[in-house]
Design a protein. Structure first.
Length: 188
């Protein structure tokens, strides 16, 4: 499985209709969709599809045709996400109608091609499962843990300073967890 870590865009044109597609990490989906509705109020359709893993590691998929004939826009977009084996990713396509009807087959091809265009142009990263991890450290070791996290490029989601210790909440892959355990054993 693969994912993206930033937003990519590509524009595809067919019979004077313009399709601008955005491929983005799933957590940015809702705010990006809202922003696109604001910045493209005259767009004919804003079609989307997404695939993400829920808390039980099940793939959740959804799509919409946004007024296009049923199955002609959202499903082809979702099919491209599946075909590229993308996860935790959303794809939004903004269509401006060019005055020439495409027909249902033409729309399926157009939305598929627009999605394929942005997927092809995107930098995809392998999906690595990360699990929540909580650890506590004495104040004397805070700088060393900060250095370790920077060195390993691990972001801590929360750091709570308590009376005698610091509580860290991070997301770690299996490899990062083993590196942390090795680091912790080197401190003893």
């Amino acid at each position: 499985m693969q994912q993206v870590s930033e937003t990519f865009s590509a524009t595809y044109e067919v019979k004077r209709s313009t399709f601008t597609s955005y491929l983005l990490p799933y957590p940015l989906f809702r705010q990006t969709l809202d922003a696109l509705h604001e910045t493209h109020p005259k767009a004919s359709h804003i079609v989307w599809a997404y695939r993400h893993l829920n808390e039980f590691d099940q793939i959740v998929e959804n799509s919409t045709d946004d007024g296009e004939p049923k199955g002609c826009a959202g499903n082809p977009t979702l099919a491209q996400l599946r075909g590229a084996d993308l996860i935790n990713t959303a794809l939004i396509t903004v269509r401006y109608f060019g005055g020439i009807k495409l027909g249902t087959g033409g729309m399926v091809r157009a939305y598929s091609d627009a999605a394929r265009e942005v997927i092809t142009s995107a930098t995809r990263l392998p999906y690595i499962k990360k699990l929540p991890y909580t650890l506590t450290t004495p104040y004397a070791l805070v700088k060393r843990y900060e250095h370790f996290f920077r060195q390993q490029e691990i972001e801590f989601h929360e750091r709570v300073f308590q009376a005698n210790e610091v509580v860290w909440r991070v997301q770690l892959s299996e490899k990062e967890r083993k590196a942390l355990e090795t680091f912790q054993s080197s401190l003893s």
